[in-house]
Design a protein around this ligand. Structure first.
Ligand SMILES: Nc1nc2c(ncn2[C@@H]2O[C@H](COP(=O)(O)OP(=O)(O)OP(=O)(O)O)[C@@H](O)[C@H]2O)c(=O)[nH]1
Length: 562
């Protein structure tokens, strides 16, 4: 039995070498919830009724809401094996084998309820001044256990050297912070005195630095603590190890630094003038501002160059593309021209075909209309001549289709030789051809008919089989304008129709000749063609039509040559 605590009117609490027991006058009952086998050295009920116990194992336990909580070094309480536990002046005082410690009573509930993780435990008196109570004390004979009390503000305590009276109201905290000194610096494997580096510059290669420093105090080293920081690198103060008053930095970037060290005494008081060592680390070339600027400028220049190159390439590509498009467009236009040419050309003779004629003649007629009306061509006529080879079928039948083709080609050649540039030579279909002559005096129509007839009749056609043959042709002619001064009275189709009528007229009168019908003054302009359905002979007979033609035609009609 170590400690007896009166506990209300009914009983006692007893601290023993094996825990806490409640005694009700008859029986001892173990208080559950405490660590097993605790050697109790002190007990106390706080003013709020909570029980606090101290153990020989240098720990204090307190009750809170029916549970026990440890108040040890990990919780911020200096280690101690209490002689007594005393509540006074808002503190729980813990005098014990290591000295006298205290903790604010309010911190116990805050710790138990999880509002704080560390209490504000404080060693106010011990042999060496160590704030966390220093070396473990060993109890020799238990002389101090369960002893000590408070009277007024004074704690009365037993020690080996006699009774100690500790005035709790007269605590004067240590206000003297220990001075510190930076001793030396290691850079690039070489130590140098700190003062030699002060405000100096380290070479660019010195990136790993070690600082040695010391506390200038005769007190037990454990009663002081040291912290350091490298201004320009550390965000906060770093605690130095008790056994190694040294700080090491690796891979420091270039720049300006101040290494600072300060000491704290056993009450936590820090010196407000830390030891300082200002120095700088020179940058490598690639770490300089000038280098970064040069690099940025170079990058920009490269970018600009790249952009310029890309723009140039795009321009060249665009030009090349435009050239290709231009080429293709031209090729397409040429192909279209060839296609149009082919569609308007007769492949056998190389002459223009009906399609060409139909697309061109309206514009030509209106042009000549204007010319004729204006002056120089006045009184002239354009002449349409339909030319048909006589008995051409017989060539095919007798000498074969190939011979017929040869004849058609030679025939085309003859016709071409009879026209001037600007005149039309069109293969109208089969063995039928259409010539359109530019304006000429009306008197020349007979000349043209005869010239064509004679040119064909005088030609010996090569049949391709070693033979040749003379052929004749029939020609029907029509003049434009059909009615003098009435250019719009009949279109070119009417003229071709009239020429066809004349051609037929020749064919029916022995062929190898030509004929041209001219409406007379009595011919109604509007229905000439309809009137001709009755046959040109009728119109000739009643004088609505006059005719010019070759001798053979007149011979057959019984008229005389015009
Ligand atoms: N070889 C050849 N013959 C063709 C071509 N086009 C039409 N023909 C032939 O031309 C002949 C025309 O015969 P017809 O219309 O009876 O006329 P024709 O024999 O000249 O008699 P008339 O005109 O009355 O003097 C037909 O036998 C057609 O086959 C061609 O491109 N080549």
């Amino acid at each position: 039995m170590r400690f007896v605590l009166p506990d209300g009117p009914r009983g006692l609490l007893v601290g023993s070498q094996t825990g806490v027991f409640a005694f009700d006058g008859a029986r001892f009952t173990r208080r559950s919830g405490l660590t097993d086998g605790l050697d109790i050295t002190a007990m106390q009920r706080l003013s709020d009724g909570r029980l606090v116990v101290g153990a020989l194992s240098e720990a204090v336990y307190f009750e809170h809401d029916g549970r026990w909580h440890l108040l040890g070094a990990d919780e911020g309480m200096p280690s101690n094996s209490p002689f007594a536990l005393v509540e006074h002046d808002g503190y729980l005082w813990v005098p014990g084998i290591r000295g006298i410690a205290r903790v604010p009573v309010e911190d116990l509930a805050a710790l138990a309820e999880g509002r704080i993780t560390h209490v504000r435990g404080q060693m106010v008196l011990n042999e060496r001044g160590d704030p966390m109570a220093g070396q473990q004390g060993y109890c020799c004979n238990g002389a101090g256990t369960s002893k000590g009390f408070l009277r007024d503000d004074t704690l009365w305590l037993p020690t080996r050297d006699g009774v100690v009276a500790f005035d709790t109201a007269a605590i004067r905290p240590n206000t003297v912070a220990p001075p510190v000194a930076i001793e030396r610096v290691m850079a690039q494997g070489q130590w140098q005195a700190a003062h030699a580096l002060a405000d100096g510059e380290l070479p660019a290669a010195a990136r790993d630095l070690t600082f040695d420093f010391t506390v200038l105090s005769f007190q037990d080293p454990r009663s002081n603590s040291v912290e350091y920081r490298l201004v320009g690198y550390d965000a906060d103060w770093q605690p130095a190890a008790l056994t190694n008053r040294s700080a090491r930095y690796t891979n420091l970037p270039p720049g300006d630094y101040v290494f600072e060290v300060r000491g704290r005494n056993n009450t936590g008081m820090a010196s407000d003038a830390p030891a300082r060592l200002a120095f700088s680390i020179r940058p490598l070339l690639h770490e300089t501002r000038a280098f970064a600027i040069t690099l940025a400028v170079l990058a920009l220049a490269l970018l600009a160059l790249g952009l310029h190159y890309l723009q140039g390439r795009h321009r060249r590509q665009r030009l090349a593309l435009e050239a290709v498009v231009q080429q293709r467009t031209e090729a397409l236009a040429a192909a279209n021209d060839r296609l149009r040419e082919a569609s308007q050309t007769d492949p056998l003779t190389g002459l223009r075909n009906r399609r060409y004629m139909a697309s061109q003649i309206p514009a030509d007629l209106s042009y000549y209309d204007r010319q004729i009306r204006k002056g120089p061509e006045q009184g002239k006529v354009m002449v349409f001549a339909l030319v048909d080879i006589d008995h051409f079928k017989a060539i095919n039948d007798t000498h074969g289709h190939r011979a017929g083709d040869l004849v058609l080609q030679q025939f085309a050649h003859i016709l071409r030789g009879l026209v001037r540039s600007g005149d039309y030579v069109v293969r109208w279909g089969g063995e039928e051809f259409l010539l359109v002559f530019r304006p000429m005096p009306a008197a020349q129509v007979a000349l043209m008919g005869e010239r064509v007839r004679a040119a064909v009749a005088s030609h010996a056609f090569d049949l391709g089989n070693g033979q040749s043959q003379h052929l004749t042709c029939s020609i029907g002619l029509a003049e434009y304008p059909l009615f003098a001064g009435r250019h719009d009275a009949a279109g070119w189709e009417t003229l071709v129709e009239l020429a066809d009528q004349a051609l037929y007229f020749v064919k029916t009168r022995g062929r190898d000749g030509w004929a041209a019908f001219r409406p007379t003054a009595t011919t109604p302009t509007d229905d000439l063609l309809r009137a001709m359905q009755a046959g040109p002979e009728v119109l000739l007979a009643d004088g609505r039509l006059s005719m010019v033609g070759s001798e053979s035609v007149y011979a057959d009609t019984g008229e005389t040559t015009a």
